[in-house]
Design a protein around this ligand. Structure first.
Ligand SMILES: NC(=O)c1ccc[n+]([C@@H]2O[C@H](COP(=O)([O-])OP(=O)(O)OC[C@H]3O[C@@H](n4cnc5c(N)ncnc54)[C@H](OP(=O)(O)O)[C@@H]3O)[C@@H](O)[C@H]2O)c1
Length: 285
């Protein structure tokens, strides 16, 4: 029998990436992709009915409220999607014997570390988005044993709007840019993250819990901009700036340690530069 996998938030960049690679697994896995218009995860009755009338083995929750600045004013929506709805997903997973694979963020940390964050390091979010994602994690832990919480950082893909695509377009169009040097984390390709998720499913991993997964290495947004500019042999239009005014606070250092994920898979994720170059090639085609 095929493994049945529900993917929520399927129109997001991670959801679209999983859909793209899903074709490689069709002999083994039956995927059901649902975007917000088909399944709004905040609608309790619809979610309950959806779980009861399907027979899923896994739910990959790619649905989230991800606008970090807007979350400061739209706090209720952010909490509803990232925390309350996630609790309800966990309860439904428990009742229907479904493993929940939930994606969380480096923004659960305050950024005061100077070494990569481990899974059990103290959390202390400094913006509403981070608070809402942390509450989602806590609800899962309280309601469901069979879960994977995967914290990742600075996601990009060839889909939707993200930093890599925006900078790619600007450099391509010869626009000059100022990019900040004050924040450091790891740009992570949705493709690499999707492969880690598929590893958990195809190997039926039972070591449930929280995992950090990002590319290897660390970078500032400016470093990432420079890497994109290199692709065009054009770094003269990029200037570093220390900071810019933003609505939400962001952690200055939120690099995640991949050690636990590496021990599980026996494989290091690619360096961030290798994966960024791969997307740049895709975007150039
Ligand atoms: N992007 C990053 O840099 C980053 C970094 C670390 C962790 N993460 C986490 O990684 C996961 C995937 O992020 P992403 O970049 O793929 O986000 P994304 O592109 O913003 O996708 C999120 C998707 O969730 C959908 N959604 C919002 N509210 C929903 C609801 N009530 N019911 C169902 N779907 C809903 C959105 O639909 P609409 O667009 O129609 O609202 C969107 O399609 C998220 O959990 C995010 O917190 C992201």
């Amino acid at each position: 029998m095929k493994i049945r996998v529900l993917v929520t938030g399927a129109n997001g960049q991670l959801g679209k990436t999983i859909r793209e690679i899903s074709y490689d697994f069709l002999g083994l896995i039956e995927f059901v992709f649902v975007e917000k218009s088909k399944l709004d995860i905040t609608k309790k009755e619809s979610v309950k009915h959806f779980f009861e009338t399907n027979n899923f083995d896994y739910c990959i929750n790619c649905a989230a409220y991800t606008n970090v600045d807007l979350a400061e004013s739209e706090t209720k929506v952010a909490m509803d999607v990232n925390a309350n709805a996630v609790k309800h997903l966990a309860v439904n997973c428990k009742q229907n014997n479904v493993v929940l694979i939930h994606i969380s963020t480096d923004y659960v940390f305050d950024g005061k570390n100077t070494n990569p964050y481990l899974e059990n390091d103290q959390t202390n979010p400094i913006n509403v988005y981070g608070e809402s994602k942390l509450l989602g994690e806590e609800y899962i832990k309280a309601n469901l044993n069979n879960h994977f919480i995967i914290r990742t950082s600075w996601l990009y893909s060839k889909f939707n709007k993200n930093f890599v695509k925006t900078i790619f377009e600007k450099i391509k169009n010869n626009q000059s840019l100022k990019i900040i040097t004050s924040q450091k984390s790891t740009p992570t390709s949705c493709l690499d993250l999707s492969e880690f998720i598929m590893f958990l499913i195809t190997n039926k991993v039972k070591s449930f819990g929280t995992y950090h997964f990002s590319a290897q290495g660390e970078a500032t947004w400016y470093d990432l901009g420079l890497q994109i500019a290199k692709h065009f042999d054009n770094s003269s239009n990029i200037k570093p700036i220390e900071m810019y005014e933003s609505i939400a606070n962001r952690p200055l250092y939120s690099v995640l340690s991949n050690d636990k994920a590496i021990a599980l898979t026996n494989k290091k994720p690619p360096s961030w530069k290798v994966s960024v170059n791969q997307i740049l090639c895709d975007l150039s085609q």
